[in-house]
Design a protein around this ligand. Structure first.
Ligand code: ZN
Length: 115
């Protein structure tokens, strides 16, 4: 289960980004962007997050996950599109020179602190 490692990293990043001047901070929400191809199972991540977040300012924080679609870019004709199936060929010029732009990210976009 690689979600444990991901949860650990996310918590580290979140804790580091809480301003130091806030006394006993409490995080209410963690907004995340997770690519469709990052192969993260949402309920496993939430489960691991809850375990690791215990006794930190992130305890009881809710994970708000935005799933990022897979977008690719054709290097030959500069066309960009969203991939929904396994086909990675450019539908315009039929070239194979296609690179992935989004779809694998796992990142925190923002934290919402309780007052
Ligand atoms: Zn193309």
């Amino acid at each position: 289960m690689h979600e444990m490692g991901i949860a650990q990293q996310l918590i580290q990043i979140a804790l580091d980004s809480i301003p130091k001047f806030i006394e006993s901070p409490r995080v209410e929400k963690v907004n995340l962007r997770i690519g469709k191809l990052a192969s993260v199972v949402e309920h496993s991540l939430t489960f691991c997050f809850e375990i690791i977040a215990k006794d930190t300012p992130l305890e009881n924080a809710r994970l708000i996950i935005e799933v990022v679609p897979v977008r690719v870019h054709c290097k030959s004709c500069d066309h960009q599109w969203e991939v929904t199936g396994p086909v990675f060929k450019c539908p315009f010029c039929e070239d194979g020179e296609v690179e992935m732009m989004t779809g694998r990210e796992i990142e925190i976009t923002s934290l919402e602190l309780a007052d």
